[in-house]
Design a protein around this ligand. Structure first.
Ligand SMILES: [Zn+2]
Length: 386
């Protein structure tokens, strides 16, 4: 009954001879977790969540492989994806299998080991029978049967029982403590590991939070929206030197993600340039109002490189304008805060006591001596000398 069900699910064209030629016992002996067994069942009958199945369920048009971006990604695409990373992973898996087959503990018949390795590494590019044409008749017959089972099914752990028998004979003759049973179990396990590692790689590529295909899809949608907004700007809103950017038809679907990214970046730089230009003009206007129209900060390149700041040594000093409220231009340090009663002003050697009106006016004000007025001590000395 179980055989009939599997046979029916497998493929209607497969006859019972092919079904019986698979080493099902080796498949059964491989220990797997429940989730991985579930994945394998779905993978074999083609109902796992590939992009093709996802597009059908979610009713979307995107059925691209997350790695090579080929359309119609189905379960068979898993082990033949031409993406560089996926191909490298497959080659590494094949190399690991080859190393295992030539190990002393799992010594495989050399002719058969080379044929199996090449058949797996070439990813269904040729038949096993073609690769085994220089081998023994038993090997050619076993290779023919493996071809009938199929390369894709081999990667799902469906190993031809004739290949296992050849290895059993080889183990018996060489008597190295290995039997065909453990060999076939390990072989199937490694084939399943190779397929499952491809599935994991594919899922990481699809769902990664920052580098995944789905995340990039959202990013691309946002980027194209931004590009559409920027493309609707008026020419006078960006600098003259960047207005040619508006001539590019960036909303076209033919524009790649990279092209749109560079275009958006260039537009943002142009807008920033415009903003900086406006700010500079405002600052210059303020400086013109304070220092005069010809004021320009000169920054020497050496000083800028050394200090990382502007060199203000060559700036023109701000003109000192007379303050009409000051009583006179005083010398630095030669001033006092006078109280109302002590206000005295020296002018030309005559001491004039301020009137009450002047006292009221000077209340709480800073009074500054004239610079050319000699001090009281000098005057006394001059008077004594006379
Ligand atoms: Zn692909």
């Amino acid at each position: 009954m179980r055989k009939a069900v599997i046979q029916e699910d497998w493929d209607g064209t497969q006859d019972s001879e092919i079904f019986d030629s698979v080493d099902w016992k080796a498949r059964k002996r491989v220990r797997q977790s429940e989730m991985r067994s579930l994945w394998l069942c779905k993978q074999e009958i083609g109902i796992n969540r590939t992009r093709r199945n996802n597009a059908r369920i979610m009713k979307t048009s995107d059925d691209k492989c997350p790695n090579c971006e080929q359309h119609n990604e189905d379960s068979k695409h898993l082990n033949i994806c031409p993406d560089a990373g996926r191909s490298r992973q497959h080659r590494e898996g094949a190399t690991k299998l080859r190393r295992w087959m030539f190990k002393s503990r799992s010594k495989t018949k050399p002719t058969m080991a080379r044929v199996i390795h090449d058949y797996i590494r070439l990813r269904n590019a040729t038949t096993m029978e073609e690769l085994a044409r220089r081998g023994s008749p038993e090997l050619i017959e076993a290779a023919r049967m493996q071809d009938r089972i199929g390369w894709f099914e081999l990667m799902h752990g469906k190993l031809a029982i004739q290949l296992v028998r050849i290895q059993e004979w080889y183990c018996l003759i060489n008597n190295e403590g290995l039997n065909g049973k453990s060999w076939s179990t390990n072989m199937v396990k490694q084939l399943l590991d190779m397929s499952h590692s491809q599935w994991l790689y594919r899922n990481f590529s699809l769902h990664h939070q920052t580098l995944g295909y789905l995340h990039r899809l959202v990013e691309e949608t946002n980027l194209r929206d931004t590009a559409r907004e920027l493309a609707s700007l008026k020419p006078e809103e960006i600098p003259n030197s960047s207005q040619y950017l508006l001539e590019i038809d960036i909303e076209s679907e033919e524009q790649s993600f990279t092209s749109v990214s560079y275009w958006v970046l260039a537009m943002k730089v142009a807008l920033k340039e415009k903003t900086i230009g406006l700010t500079k003009n405002q600052k210059q206007k303020r400086r013109d109002a304070i220092y005069g129209r010809n004021w320009t900060p000169i920054m020497t390149s050496q000083a800028a490189a050394r200090t990382g700041k502007r060199d203000h040594s060559s700036m023109v000093a701000a003109p000192i304008l007379p303050n009409p409220k000051c009583l006179g231009v005083g010398m630095k340090g030669n001033f006092k805060r006078w109280t109302q009663q002590e206000i005295t002003k020296y002018t030309g050697g005559n001491i004039n006591k301020p009137s009450q009106q002047q006292k009221n006016k000077n209340s709480c004000k800073l009074i500054i001596y004239n610079a050319d007025i000699t001090s009281r001590t000098n005057k006394r000395q001059r008077r004594n000398n006379e």
